[in-house]
Ligand binder design. Sequence first.
Ligand SMILES: C[S@@+](CC[C@H](N)C(=O)[O-])C[C@H]1O[C@@H](n2cnc3c(N)ncnc32)[C@H](O)[C@@H]1O
Length: 251
Amino acid sequence: MLEYREDSEAISLNPMTRKKKQGYGDAAYWEHRYQHDVVPFEWYQKYDGLRDLLKKYIHATADILMLGCGNSALSEDMAKDGYYDITNVDISPTVIKAMKMKHLDLPQLKWVCADARSMTIFKSGSLDAVIDKGTLDALMCGDEATENVNSMVSEVFRLLRPGGVYLMVSYGEPTTRMPYLGPSRRAWSTSLHLLPRPTAAQEKYSWVRTLEPVPVGEDGILPPHLHGKDADFHYVYACVKEKLNVLLDGQ
Ligand SMILES: C[S@@+](CC[C@H](N)C(=O)[O-])C[C@H]1O[C@@H](n2cnc3c(N)ncnc32)[C@H](O)[C@@H]1O
């Protein structure tokens, strides 16, 4: 049974505390963590919270990459809900080995140890969807944050087929993420969805329609009624790779 420790630790990934949390950007931090803590940890949201958005953007027959899978139950839950083909990538050999052993009964799931910043083992344009829950956020920590995130997003873009989607689940507000994900950076269109955190007072957010994207510009500034210090959201960025420009680029 998965232990669900709601995102108290994820909240501490806040850039304000970045200095203390630089380890999140380091492969050695994650390898050490997975060697010494075998209790599964689900970041931000469980499958239940993401299911409708995943269904909106990703067909069950899609070729999917789960980027920085950790020991999350998301891929397992998706496979049990009809998704056929999910390749799970993580930089930690320990977590990949453990997850592979744990899920021998689910042939829909493949497990690969790789660095999200350089996934040369995968062919360009070979994927319909890349899902990232907390991995870009992790790379946002550390001294080389900008280079690391740019390398990872470039790789995601390269791997997607025209029309494919990068679904990025984050605690990060759009002003901090749109500079990496905005349409001026790549030939894709970016939509933003708001998802109240599981710990949020749900009645306070009954007006949120998660499936309907909220307007957000390249600068990431939200309309006044949607931002504020007490906004208790996770943000889901859906970047859909364009078809025309991509063909012109020859990718
Ligand atoms: C915040 S955790 C999220 C884990 C999982 N996606 C979840 O939602 O529970 C970030 C994950 O990214 C992995 N990671 C960090 N840097 C990576 C990199 N350069 N390439 C691939 N995976 C990486 C870590 O090992 C860790 O499992």
